[in-house]
Design a protein around this ligand. Sequence first.
Ligand code: ZN
Length: 483
Amino acid sequence: MRSERRRRRGYASALTAALLLPLCAAGCGPRAEPPRPHVLLVTIDTLRADRLGSYGHFNETSPVIDRLAARGVRFDDASVQWPKTWPSMASMLTGTYPATNGVVLAPHRALGEEQVTLAERLRDAGYRTAAVVANVNLGGGFGFAQGFDRFVESWAEPMAREGRKPDLVNAPGAVKRYTNATLVTEQALELIGACGDAGAPCFWWVHYIDPHGPYVPPEAHADHFAGSYARDDVHLDVIPKYQRQRAPGGAELTTDLGFYRLQYDREIRYLDTEMERLLAAAEARPGDRDVLILFTADHGESLGERGDALRHGFVPYQTNARVPLVLAWPGRLPAGHVVRAPVGLIDLAPTLLALLELPATGLAGRELVSALRDESQAPAYVFVESGHEKETQLAVRRGAWKLVRMRSFADRVRLRAPELALYDVRADPNEERDLAAQHPDVVRELDAALEAWLRGTPVHAGGDAAPVDEDTRDMLRALGYVE
Ligand SMILES: [Zn+2]
């Protein structure tokens, strides 16, 4: 085990050095110290990869993000490990699977003190650490402040200042008064400014909650993309209560998914506009130090596919699992490079640690630096879990293949899905054509990989849900997490 770790560390280090070679061709000498850029980790709540221009979307939702992707490495096929905020981000930040760290959909546990987060690893390596989060599920009460010198919950100070909050539960969008992208950017700029000339590298984590529902884009973004509108009526029951809105001029709650899809895209455009200031501040190289930017999302969103609409976390399909992933480090990582092989967010922590030449012990993911030069070095399989704690739905990826195993009978009925289904997600991104009967050998192989993963993944001892106060409960309700 130890020699394997040493071999892999050496391998990653050699590859990092190889990526640095073009810079040194200009005449720099052997590098004695490992690189210590500032690190900016930006995570967007509920952002489907395929609603971004750089991932092929027809609406111009994301010019700022697309420019970032052009300056960095874009992973075209990245999956979260559980498409719900807390299990997804706990897995990404610890580099462990939800079953191992205990943060699953239900019960809604806090990330335990015994877990080691990316922020703790970077602080141990000399980084100053600061975060701003806009989703209450990532608050300090749920264990996400671990390792941060400063941890800003976007809502905390504005709520305390106002003294009396509006009715978050019954006024759609009111919660965004305390969590919107404009506010989050301002809070993040303050953290970046406070670090700039400290002489130490900084790690910033910024988690935006737009475009999480209810989709209520600010007025300046309320008219975009009208040309792409297509009416798509469904039964009102398909639309979660917290999402239900009246379309402009309408007296009744609208059942038109076409309207909600437009609103979703407008939210992304708003977020994208707000991110411009954040990226500019980081790219100004505070303290004359490089900035490595990591950009991704905690999960996607169902927009009506397979009868699942305007929510996330309950299906393992690409709509929920596939997220954007971009790594930008000008001069160090190849600009405009695209990795097509499937990867997981569980690989992000080991990848960052490899780039910084820091040890990556105790992590279940693998570094993706090797895959930049040779995609056969990408993870052999990528695993996704969703749904309820017992009898969760499972999925495994290899290349274009995706095997979905529905363990729960209720899920099979609800989604009209067989127990095992095989999809080619490149030819069939909405997973509508089950190819299991045509490719029994692939089904056997991927199902065996799932079994081996289930058997080989350490399981957390369990525990109760984290206690929540009244404000937290109201915010959870406003975002549809509790009824
Ligand atoms: Zn989320």
